[in-house]
Write a protein that binds this ligand. Sequence first.
Ligand SMILES: Nc1ncnc2c1ncn2[C@@H]1O[C@H](COP(=O)(O)OP(=O)(O)OP(=O)(O)O)[C@@H](O)[C@H]1O
Ligand SMILES: [Mg+2]
Length: 229
Amino acid sequence: MEANSPLADLRGIAKHFGEGESRVDALRGLDLALYPGEVVGLLGPSGSGKSTLLNIIGCIIAPSTGHMTLDGKVVFDGGWTGGDLRKLRLDKIGFIFQFHNLLPFLNSRDNVAVVLELAGQGRAAARARADELLSYLEVDNRANAFPAHLSGGEAQRVAIARALANHPRLILADEPTAALDSQRAAIVLDLLRKVAREQSAAVLVVTHDEKIFDRFDRILRVRDGVLEG
Ligand SMILES: Nc1ncnc2c1ncn2[C@@H]1O[C@H](COP(=O)(O)OP(=O)(O)OP(=O)(O)O)[C@@H](O)[C@H]1O
Ligand SMILES: [Mg+2]
Protein backbone atom coordinates (compact mmCIF):
# COMPACT_ATOMS: atom_id res chain seq x y z
CA MET A 1 0.00 0.00 0.00
CA GLU A 2 1.19 3.51 -0.74
CA ALA A 3 2.30 5.58 2.23
CA ASN A 4 -0.34 8.20 1.51
CA SER A 5 -3.30 5.91 0.91
CA PRO A 6 -6.15 6.51 3.33
CA LEU A 7 -6.69 4.26 6.35
CA ALA A 8 -10.39 4.91 6.04
CA ASP A 9 -12.10 5.91 2.81
CA LEU A 10 -15.85 6.52 2.82
CA ARG A 11 -17.86 7.33 -0.29
CA GLY A 12 -21.51 8.27 -0.43
CA ILE A 13 -22.25 7.01 3.05
CA ALA A 14 -25.90 7.44 4.07
CA LYS A 15 -27.67 6.12 7.13
CA HIS A 16 -31.28 6.32 8.18
CA PHE A 17 -32.97 4.89 11.23
CA GLY A 18 -36.60 3.77 11.14
CA GLU A 19 -39.10 4.01 8.29
CA GLY A 20 -42.08 6.13 7.29
CA GLU A 21 -43.03 8.87 9.72
CA SER A 22 -40.42 7.84 12.26
CA ARG A 23 -37.59 7.85 9.71
CA VAL A 24 -34.49 9.83 10.72
CA ASP A 25 -31.83 10.54 8.10
CA ALA A 26 -28.71 10.65 10.27
CA LEU A 27 -26.19 10.78 7.39
CA ARG A 28 -27.03 11.87 3.86
CA GLY A 29 -24.27 10.92 1.44
CA LEU A 30 -20.96 11.72 3.04
CA ASP A 31 -17.40 11.36 1.71
CA LEU A 32 -14.43 11.18 4.06
CA ALA A 33 -10.82 9.99 3.94
CA LEU A 34 -8.52 9.63 6.97
CA TYR A 35 -4.76 9.37 6.48
CA PRO A 36 -1.93 7.81 8.50
CA GLY A 37 -0.47 10.10 11.15
CA GLU A 38 -3.29 12.62 11.33
CA VAL A 39 -5.54 13.65 14.19
CA VAL A 40 -8.85 14.96 12.90
CA GLY A 41 -11.52 16.71 14.93
CA LEU A 42 -15.19 16.12 14.13
CA LEU A 43 -17.49 18.93 15.19
CA GLY A 44 -21.18 19.49 14.80
CA PRO A 45 -24.39 20.20 16.68
CA SER A 46 -26.14 17.58 18.76
CA GLY A 47 -27.96 15.11 16.53
CA SER A 48 -25.92 15.98 13.42
CA GLY A 49 -24.67 12.41 12.96
CA LYS A 50 -21.21 12.42 14.58
CA SER A 51 -21.61 9.28 16.68
CA THR A 52 -23.41 7.54 13.83
CA LEU A 53 -20.43 8.24 11.59
CA LEU A 54 -17.96 6.94 14.19
CA ASN A 55 -20.01 3.79 14.67
CA ILE A 56 -20.06 3.20 10.92
CA ILE A 57 -16.30 3.65 10.53
CA GLY A 58 -15.90 1.35 13.54
CA CYS A 59 -18.06 -1.29 11.82
CA ILE A 60 -20.47 -1.24 14.75
CA ILE A 61 -23.47 -0.22 12.63
CA ALA A 62 -24.00 -0.72 8.92
CA PRO A 63 -24.59 2.21 6.57
CA SER A 64 -27.86 2.19 4.62
CA THR A 65 -25.89 2.82 1.41
CA GLY A 66 -22.36 3.65 0.35
CA HIS A 67 -18.87 2.29 0.04
CA MET A 68 -16.19 2.01 2.73
CA THR A 69 -12.56 0.87 2.62
CA LEU A 70 -10.49 0.35 5.78
CA ASP A 71 -6.72 -0.04 5.54
CA GLY A 72 -6.99 -0.88 1.85
CA LYS A 73 -9.76 -3.49 2.20
CA VAL A 74 -13.29 -2.96 0.99
CA VAL A 75 -15.43 -3.63 4.06
CA PHE A 76 -18.77 -2.21 2.92
CA ASP A 77 -20.20 -1.99 -0.57
CA GLY A 78 -23.97 -1.84 -0.22
CA GLY A 79 -23.47 -4.60 2.41
CA TRP A 80 -20.59 -5.85 4.58
CA THR A 81 -17.86 -7.45 2.52
CA GLY A 82 -15.08 -7.75 5.09
CA GLY A 83 -15.84 -11.19 6.54
CA ASP A 84 -15.49 -11.41 10.32
CA LEU A 85 -16.44 -7.95 11.65
CA ARG A 86 -15.51 -8.76 15.22
CA LYS A 87 -12.00 -9.73 14.15
CA LEU A 88 -11.75 -6.65 11.95
CA ARG A 89 -12.67 -4.42 14.90
CA LEU A 90 -10.23 -6.16 17.23
CA ASP A 91 -7.39 -6.00 14.70
CA LYS A 92 -7.79 -2.55 13.20
CA ILE A 93 -9.86 -0.28 15.40
CA GLY A 94 -9.47 1.28 18.82
CA PHE A 95 -12.51 2.92 20.41
CA ILE A 96 -12.47 5.55 23.13
CA PHE A 97 -15.76 6.74 24.59
CA GLN A 98 -16.83 9.80 26.55
CA PHE A 99 -16.95 7.84 29.77
CA HIS A 100 -14.20 5.36 30.13
CA ASN A 101 -16.32 2.16 29.95
CA LEU A 102 -13.79 0.21 32.01
CA LEU A 103 -14.96 -3.07 33.50
CA PRO A 104 -15.50 -2.34 37.21
CA PHE A 105 -14.45 -5.80 38.43
CA LEU A 106 -11.03 -5.75 36.73
CA ASN A 107 -8.02 -3.66 37.75
CA SER A 108 -6.35 -1.33 35.25
CA ARG A 109 -3.89 -3.95 34.01
CA ASP A 110 -6.58 -6.55 33.37
CA ASN A 111 -8.90 -4.02 31.74
CA VAL A 112 -6.21 -3.62 29.09
CA ALA A 113 -5.11 -7.27 29.01
CA VAL A 114 -8.64 -8.58 28.48
CA VAL A 115 -8.88 -7.27 24.91
CA LEU A 116 -5.57 -8.92 24.06
CA GLU A 117 -6.82 -12.20 25.48
CA LEU A 118 -9.99 -11.82 23.40
CA ALA A 119 -7.74 -11.44 20.38
CA GLY A 120 -6.03 -14.72 21.24
CA GLN A 121 -2.96 -13.79 23.32
CA GLY A 122 -1.97 -15.79 26.38
CA ARG A 123 -2.50 -14.21 29.79
CA ALA A 124 1.15 -13.55 30.63
CA ALA A 125 1.91 -11.88 27.30
CA ALA A 126 -1.31 -9.88 27.51
CA ARG A 127 -0.44 -8.59 30.98
CA ALA A 128 3.11 -7.70 29.94
CA ARG A 129 1.79 -5.70 26.99
CA ALA A 130 -0.79 -4.07 29.29
CA ASP A 131 1.96 -2.92 31.66
CA GLU A 132 3.94 -1.52 28.74
CA LEU A 133 0.92 0.49 27.59
CA LEU A 134 0.09 1.74 31.07
CA SER A 135 3.60 3.08 31.41
CA TYR A 136 3.44 4.65 27.92
CA LEU A 137 0.34 6.50 29.13
CA GLU A 138 1.95 7.24 32.48
CA VAL A 139 -0.60 5.43 34.62
CA ASP A 140 1.50 2.37 35.44
CA ASN A 141 1.43 3.42 39.10
CA ARG A 142 -2.31 2.61 39.02
CA ALA A 143 -1.99 -0.83 37.36
CA ASN A 144 -3.45 -2.66 40.35
CA ALA A 145 -6.22 -0.16 41.06
CA PHE A 146 -9.86 -0.76 40.21
CA PRO A 147 -11.80 1.79 38.13
CA ALA A 148 -13.80 3.07 41.11
CA HIS A 149 -10.53 4.21 42.68
CA LEU A 150 -9.14 6.05 39.63
CA SER A 151 -9.49 9.75 38.93
CA GLY A 152 -11.29 10.75 35.73
CA GLY A 153 -8.03 11.45 33.94
CA GLU A 154 -6.44 8.19 35.08
CA ALA A 155 -9.47 6.16 34.03
CA GLN A 156 -9.50 7.81 30.61
CA ARG A 157 -5.79 7.05 30.14
CA VAL A 158 -6.39 3.39 31.04
CA ALA A 159 -9.25 3.37 28.52
CA ILE A 160 -6.87 4.78 25.90
CA ALA A 161 -4.29 2.12 26.76
CA ARG A 162 -7.01 -0.46 26.16
CA ALA A 163 -7.96 1.13 22.84
CA LEU A 164 -4.31 1.00 21.73
CA ALA A 165 -3.63 -2.55 22.89
CA ASN A 166 -3.93 -4.21 19.48
CA HIS A 167 -1.92 -1.54 17.61
CA PRO A 168 -5.00 -0.26 15.77
CA ARG A 169 -4.35 1.85 12.69
CA LEU A 170 -7.65 3.62 13.22
CA ILE A 171 -8.55 5.24 16.53
CA LEU A 172 -12.07 6.55 17.00
CA ALA A 173 -12.86 8.70 20.01
CA ASP A 174 -16.33 10.02 20.89
CA GLU A 175 -15.92 13.04 23.17
CA PRO A 176 -12.94 11.54 24.99
CA THR A 177 -12.17 14.68 26.96
CA ALA A 178 -15.68 15.76 27.94
CA ALA A 179 -15.25 14.54 31.51
CA LEU A 180 -11.76 16.03 31.97
CA ASP A 181 -10.45 19.44 32.99
CA SER A 182 -8.62 21.45 30.34
CA GLN A 183 -5.13 20.41 31.40
CA ARG A 184 -6.01 16.70 31.33
CA ALA A 185 -7.94 17.14 28.08
CA ALA A 186 -4.81 18.59 26.47
CA ILE A 187 -2.70 15.70 27.79
CA VAL A 188 -5.11 13.15 26.30
CA LEU A 189 -5.04 14.88 22.92
CA ASP A 190 -1.25 15.13 22.95
CA LEU A 191 -1.08 11.40 23.67
CA LEU A 192 -3.34 10.69 20.71
CA ARG A 193 -1.10 12.86 18.51
CA LYS A 194 1.94 10.93 19.69
CA VAL A 195 0.23 7.62 18.89
CA ALA A 196 -0.83 8.87 15.46
CA ARG A 197 2.72 9.91 14.62
CA GLU A 198 4.53 6.94 16.12
CA GLN A 199 2.16 4.23 14.89
CA SER A 200 1.07 5.88 11.62
CA ALA A 201 -2.47 5.67 12.85
CA ALA A 202 -5.39 7.92 11.95
CA VAL A 203 -7.30 9.39 14.86
CA LEU A 204 -10.83 10.79 14.56
CA VAL A 205 -12.10 12.66 17.59
CA VAL A 206 -15.66 13.90 18.11
CA THR A 207 -15.58 16.93 20.34
CA HIS A 208 -17.40 20.04 21.48
CA ASP A 209 -14.37 20.96 23.51
CA GLU A 210 -13.01 24.32 22.33
CA LYS A 211 -10.03 23.97 24.66
CA ILE A 212 -8.53 21.33 22.37
CA PHE A 213 -9.38 22.71 18.90
CA ASP A 214 -5.80 23.89 18.32
CA ARG A 215 -4.48 20.36 18.75
CA PHE A 216 -6.08 18.92 15.60
CA ASP A 217 -4.36 18.64 12.23
CA ARG A 218 -7.71 19.47 10.62
CA ILE A 219 -11.28 19.91 11.66
CA LEU A 220 -14.36 18.55 9.91
CA ARG A 221 -17.81 19.93 10.55
CA VAL A 222 -20.93 17.88 10.13
CA ARG A 223 -24.35 19.44 9.88
CA ASP A 224 -27.59 17.58 9.20
CA GLY A 225 -25.75 14.49 8.10
CA VAL A 226 -23.32 16.02 5.58
CA LEU A 227 -19.80 17.37 5.93
CA GLU A 228 -19.47 21.10 5.40
CA GLY A 229 -16.62 22.16 3.13
N1 LIG B 1 -30.26 3.73 16.96
C1 LIG B 1 -30.95 4.81 16.57
N2 LIG B 1 -32.25 4.73 16.29
C2 LIG B 1 -32.95 5.81 15.86
N3 LIG B 1 -32.40 7.03 15.68
C3 LIG B 1 -31.10 7.17 15.94
C4 LIG B 1 -30.30 6.08 16.40
N4 LIG B 1 -29.02 6.53 16.58
C5 LIG B 1 -29.04 7.84 16.24
N5 LIG B 1 -30.27 8.22 15.85
C6 LIG B 1 -30.66 9.57 15.38
O1 LIG B 1 -29.74 9.94 14.35
C7 LIG B 1 -29.40 11.33 14.46
C8 LIG B 1 -27.89 11.44 14.62
O2 LIG B 1 -27.53 10.92 15.89
P1 LIG B 1 -26.02 10.91 16.43
O3 LIG B 1 -26.04 10.13 17.70
O4 LIG B 1 -25.14 10.43 15.36
O5 LIG B 1 -25.76 12.46 16.71
P2 LIG B 1 -24.49 13.18 17.35
O6 LIG B 1 -24.00 14.16 16.34
O7 LIG B 1 -23.54 12.16 17.86
O8 LIG B 1 -25.16 13.97 18.58
P3 LIG B 1 -24.55 14.31 20.05
O9 LIG B 1 -23.62 15.47 19.87
O10 LIG B 1 -25.77 14.71 20.82
O11 LIG B 1 -23.87 13.09 20.59
C9 LIG B 1 -30.20 11.85 15.64
O12 LIG B 1 -31.37 12.44 15.13
C10 LIG B 1 -30.51 10.63 16.45
O13 LIG B 1 -31.71 10.79 17.18
MG1 LIG C 1 -22.85 11.61 19.78
